[in-house]
Every structure is written in structure tokens, then in C-alpha cells.
Design a protein around this ligand. Structure first.
Ligand code: ATP
Ligand code: LTN
Length: 337
């Protein structure tokens, strides 16, 4: 009976290691809010994950709250979705440990995020950075999630989560639901404006548009966006030959809902000098209400605290059940209290 009425579960998280940017929004958060009626949704601030890279403690605390305000401002209604801070639900760390023991050294060595981040933090390639995907698997499997809405770069971690879940189930029976990554068509991989060869990322602020950024700064970044050195100067989608313009088309398509053909028609005969500010304007208007609402929410700390307290309580109730089952299956003596 419970299974018949059970809505499918959607779950995702973002590390509060920097301010949210357009890539995070288009690749992930934008697609979360819209699904609350169809799915049972859990979204969290992945604060434990941020510790794999050194953080300033005061900033981490501030960013975690800001991220919550931005989630809500992006349309994720706390009444309809469970919003929580990862470290408030201790089962994440506990299941993370268990799953570490079911994740292979070779698998972890193949993770591109590990390779990228260890190249960027050569002086701090710690154990957490390496075993991070086992904690991410725990985040997902604790809630028996069906779908994990993420950008393209997280697909590999989602695949590994599936492998770990299948491995565990093969030994102990049907303990975990096997989740699927849910990657959007437009916006799954937003590239940097200053360097369309690599993904938009907070570690490259020149080419990165932040959700809380002032409109004039956003406009400037789009005007300066690197376009292609072909002589054509026309708006045409061609990821290989015209990565700069194609990235802008991808962004424009994601914020306006227009197809690439419609965009090519709209800007036919116009050069990059017209197209770039038009994309900037469309992004500014998309982000304006989000920024304003996030600022309003940030002034109300008591409300935010209420949201994450309720969220942690709801999340813990589910996480507790899964962890208890796992402990029992692997042979840990049941806790007497
Ligand atoms: P870092 O720069 O430290 O790698 P990040 O800015 O990529 O971080 P994450 O916390 O790794 O941000 O990602 C949060 C979510 O946003 C994930 O679902 C990820 O797939 C998505 N995402 C991040 N960057 C992009 C991007 N450029 N395009 C589309 N989605 C993205
Ligand atoms: N690994 C992700 C953040 C993350 C996550 C998760 C995403 C941590 N746990 C669970 C989806 C589901 C990242 O670095 N962007």
C-alpha cells in the first residue's frame, strides 16, 4: 500500500563553497522547484563536502545560510520541499563511512572531479577529497531517491552511486533504490564567459555570473564574453567551430525557452555586438527577482532557521530508517536505546 501511493523521490545538493552562479542555476536549481507537485523533493546544502577544500569557517556559515535563501528565492517552496543542511542529519556521515567500505580504490581514482580538484589543490590532496563520492552516494541512497537533478559534470558521481547501490543490494538484498541522474537538455553545461573551453565555475570569477551580482556587472561580463574568431560574425549553433557563441545561445535558450532555430532566426543579420548584450539583458531579467527575494529572505534569519530546522527533522526521519536497515544488514548489533 505504502508503495502504491509513494511519490517518486528527487534529491540534490550543492556545496556552499562559493556563491551560486548561473551554471548552478541553469544546470541544477532551476529544475528543482518546478517538480514539487510531482515528486517528493529533498534539497540540501552539502556543507560536509566543502571541507574537502580548506574553508574560512565564518564564510562557510554565512554562505550556507545564503545558499538556503537563494534556493527559496529560485522557487523552491519550503512548504512543498524538504530543505536542510547536510551536517544537521548525522546519518549522512555514518552511511558515508559504511559506503566507503563498498567503494573501490580504482573507481575513486577514475573520478574526473577528483583529478581536477587535486590538480587545483596540489598541497591538500586529502582523504576526504578522494572518498567524497562515497559520501555523495550516502546523501542520495539514504532517501531512496529515484532522480538526482544535477549538471552534466555530476553524472559520473551518480553512475558510481548506482554501482555502489547495486553492489550492496547484491550482497544484502533490496536495501537501496537505484537512482538516476536527471540532467536538463538546455543549461546542463554552461561554459565560462571568459573561456568557453571550460565550464562556468566560481573559481574563474571573470567568466562567471553570480546570482547575487549587480545588473551592471552582469551586463559588463556579457559584453566582454569571448566570442569566436571566425570571420562569420553570425549567430549560429556550432559547438565545435563556434564554442563562444554556442554557449551564449545555450544560455539564452535556457533562460527564454527558445530553441536554437528560433534564436538563429531572431538574430539573423545581427552580429555578436547585438547578440551579446541581448543575452545579458535576458539573464539580468531572469536573475533580478531571485536576487531581490534572496536579499529579503536574508534579512529574516529567524525564518531561515525555522526552514532548516523543519527540514532537518523531516530528512532525519527518513534517513534514520535507511541507516537502521543498513546497520542491521551488515551485522552491527542493534542500539539498545
Ligand atoms: P567548483 O567550481 O568548485 O567545481 P561548481 O561551481 O561547479 O563548483 P558545484 O557545487 O560543483 O559548483 O555544482 C553544483 C551543481 O551545479 C551541480 O549539480 C553541478 O552539476 C551544477 N553545475 C555546476 N557548474 C555548472 C555549469 N557550468 N553548468 C551547468 N551545471 C553546473
Ligand atoms: N557533488 C556535488 C554536490 C553534491 C550532490 C550530492 C549532488 C553532494 N552530494 C547529492 C547531488 C546529490 C557537486 O560537487 N556539485
Amino acid at each position: 500500500m505504502e508503495n502504491e501511493i509513494r511519490k517518486k523521490i528527487m534529491l540534490s545538493g550543492i556545496q556552499p563553497s562559493g556563491d551560486l552562479h548561473l551554471g548552478n542555476y541553469l544546470g541544477a536549481v532551476k529544475n528543482w522547484g518546478a517538480r514539487a507537485d510531482e515528486f517528493d523533493c529533498y534539497y540540501f546544502m552539502a556543507d560536509l563536502h566543502t571541507l574537502t577544500v580548506r574553508q574560512n569557517p565564518a564564510e562557510l556559515r554565512r554562505r550556507t545560510l545564503e545558499q538556503l535563501a537563494q534556493y527559496i528565492a529560485c522557487g523552491i517552496d519550503p512548504e512543498k520541499n524538504t530543505l536542510f543542511v547536510q551536517s544537521h542529519v548525522h546519518e549522512h556521515a555514518e552511511l558515508g563511512w559504511i559506503l566507503n567500505c563498498y567503494t573501490m580504490f580504482g573507481e575513486l581514482s577514475r573520478m574526473t572531479q577528483f583529478k581536477d580538484k587535486s590538480a587545483k589543490n596540489a598541497d591538500n590532496i586529502n582523504g576526504g577529497l578522494f572518498t567524497y563520492p562515497a559520501l555523495m552516494a550516502a546523501d542520495i541512497l539514504l532517501y531512496q531517491a529515484d532522480y538526482v537533478p544535477v549538471g552534466e559534470d555530476q553524472r559520473q558521481h551518480c553512475e558510481l552511486t548506482r554501482d555502489i547501490a547495486v553492489r550492496f543490494n547484491n550482497i544484502y538484498g533490496e536495501v537501496f533504490k537505484i537512482p538516476e541522474a536527471y540532467v536538463p537538455k538546455a543549461g546542463a553545461r554552461v561554459m565560462g564567459l571568459a573561456n568557453p573551453g571550460s565550464k562556468m565555475s566560481k573559481s574563474d570569477p571573470a567568466g562567471c555570473v553570480f546570482l547575487m551580482e549587480k545588473p551592471e556587472d552582469i551586463a559588463r561580463k556579457f559584453k566582454r564574453a569571448v566570442t569566436d574568431s571566425d570571420t562569420e560574425n553570425c549567430v549560429r549553433f556550432d559547438m565545435k567551430e563556434k564554442p563562444g557563441v554556442s554557449n551564449l545561445m545555450n544560455i539564452y535558450s535556457a533562460v527564454t525557452g527558445k530553441s536554437f532555430e528560433e534564436i538563429e532566426r531572431e538574430f539573423s543579420g545581427c552580429g555578436y555586438g547585438v547578440f551579446k548584450p541581448a543575452v545579458g539583458d535576458a539573464v539580468i531579467e531572469t536573475l533580478r527577482p531571485i536576487r531581490e527575494e534572496a536579499q529579503r529572505l536574508l534579512a529574516d534569519k529567524a525564518y531561515l532557521q525555522q526552514v532548516y530546522t523543519d527540514g532537518a527533522q523531516r530528512a532525519s526521519a527518513i534517513a534514520r530508517k535507511t541507516l537502521r536497515k543498513v546497520y542491521k544488514k551488515v551485522g552491527l548489533v542493534e542500539k539498545p536505546f
